[in-house]
Design a protein around this ligand. Structure first.
Ligand code: OAD
Length: 227
């Protein structure tokens, strides 16, 4: 079976009703990154940061995977599908995909601020994470999110997966955030690359086929190319 590596960003979940970050009306137009998505913000105003992620998490309970997520799960009948996502939602999981690496963390997980940084599942019954919520060892819990200025611990694993790709598909990402956007440089030279996005995205690589559509229609079209 060929290995199909799929690299997704916020646009993957847009048709599920999850806001992207950099489109008009996107999250970074309504919130300043420095206020809600950096370690300094968490030190300065942890309540605000917690509230931002509590809102994201509550919204996640109200949305469901779209036809694009489901189409990718179905590709597992034909390929060894490896999903590398920048998204912190769980819509790939809920659509049934098996191999998912979250580069930027997961909304439905909390992490201890203690030295061993254990990760815990957040239950839908207690969806909020607040100041005062502690791990069993007594350390404050924080969102399990990679904030700006923090290292991306899964990046090495993502490189290893990308290096094994026979086909690469990039879906719904503006390719503006590094190191994530640099992953494409680790794909074997010359393999077919498909780029699904309704807007123009600059990708510097050989053999790129642009599918200028939203995720649902775009994944359906991708199938026509690769199946
Ligand atoms: P962006 O908001 O930067 O880009 C979203 C992309 O989705 C754009 O290229 C849009 O054109 C595209 N898009 C919009 N609607 C779409 C649709 N229906 N189908 C497919 N694509 C669509 O989001 P990311 O590239 O994911 O990090 O952003 C990368 C990282 O920056 C995020 O993981 C997040 C953010 O800050 C952290 O929070 C650490």
């Amino acid at each position: 079976m060929k290995t199909l590596v799929i690299f997704t960003g916020a646009g993957m979940s847009a048709e599920s009703g999850v806001s992207t970050f950099r489109d008009a009306g996107g999250l970074w137009e309504q919130h300043r990154i420095e206020d809600v998505a950096t370690p300094e913000a968490f030190r300065r105003n942890p309540e605000l940061v917690m509230r931002f992620y509590n809102e994201r998490r509550k919204q996640l309970l109200t949305v469901k995977p779209n036809a694009g997520h489901i189409g990718l799960a179905e590709l597992e009948y034909h390929f060894n599908v490896q999903i590398i996502t920048q998204n912190v939602d769980n819509l790939h999981e809920r659509a049934g995909s098996s191999n998912i690496l979250h580069l930027h963390g997961e909304l439905m997980k909390a992490r201890s601020t203690g030295p061993s940084a254990e990760v815990y599942d957040i239950q839908p019954e207690k969806i909020e994470l607040n100041i005062g919520d502690k791990c069993p060892k007594g350390y404050q819990l924080r969102p399990h999110i990679v904030w700006f200025g923090e290292t991306v611990p899964e990046f090495e694993n993502a490189i290893r997966i990308t290096e094994k790709a026979d086909i690469l598909a990039i879906i719904g990402t503006s390719m503006q955030v590094y190191p994530a956007a640099g992953l494409i440089n680790y794909a074997p030279t010359g393999i077919p690359i498909y780029l699904i996005d309704p807007n123009e995205v600059n990708v510097y690589a050989k053999n790129v086929t642009v599918i200028r559509k939203g995720a649902s229609e775009g994944v359906a079209e991708l199938k026509k190319f690769i199946l």
